[in-house]
Design a protein around this ligand. Sequence first.
Ligand code: PEP
Length: 249
Amino acid sequence: MKRKKLIVGNWKMNGLKSDLVHIIDISEHAAAHPNADVALCVPTTLIEAAGKISNYVAIGAQDCHAHNDGAHTGCVSATMVAECGARYVIVGHSERRTDQGESNADVKAKAQAVMARNMCAIVCIGESEDQRNSGNAIAIVIEQLNLSLPDVDNIDGALCIAYEPIWAIGTGRIPNMDEVAEMHLAIRQALIIKYGESAHDIHILYGGSMNGDNAQELLSIAHVDGGLVGGASLRATKFTPVIAAASRA
Ligand code: PEP
C-alpha cells in the first residue's frame, strides 16, 4: 500500500505567541492538500496553544527527557509534552547531538519514552561532511541508526526516521539524488532486519535544506516518505509548496 507522505516542520528555537498566526496560516494551507500528512514541531512553550488552533496540522515537540519525572532541572518528559497535546517528538536531532552531547544510547532511551506515551518518535540520523567525504557515509549512518533505534515489539505508526546529512542542514546544499536513494534504501533494509515486515510502515524522512524548489524531486525517490523541514517551515509561503509537492507525490 502506498504510504501517504509526511512533512514535518522543525521550528527549532523560533516562535513566540505572536507567531501562532503562522500556525493558523500553515494549517489552513495544509487543509488544501489532504494527500499529505503535516506536523509542526514547535518550541515546548507553544505546544499547547498551537494544538488548539491547528486543525489540519499535528503538533509535536523537538525533544524530551528519557525519564518520566525526577531531578532533571530544565527538562521536560515525554509525558509532559504528551499532556500538552504533542503527537510527535523529534529525538536525536544533530543540533542536540552536537550542542547537548546526546549519544545514540540517549536517543534510543528518548525514543522508547516517546513511543511508550503513544506518540510518534522521529529519530534523526546523519553524517558530517567529513564522514560523507570519507566514502563511508552509509556504514556510519547505519551504525548510528542501529544504536539509536528503540527496542519495541510493535511499531504501529509510532516511529519515523529522519535522515539528515548534517552538512545539508541550513546550508542550501543537498546530496545528489543517487546519494539520497542509496541511503534511504540502506535505512529501509536496516529497519527490516530490526523490525521485520512492519518496517515497511515506517516513514523515512529526508531532512536538510528541503524547500519548494527541490521537494518534488526528493519526494519522488524510493523510500523517501516525507521530509523534515527547518527554515522553510516557518511561514506558509515557503512551507506550502513543500506540502503541495508531498500531496502530489
Ligand atoms: C532541520 O534542522 O531539521 C532541517 C532540516 O533544517 P533546514 O531545513 O533548515 O535545513
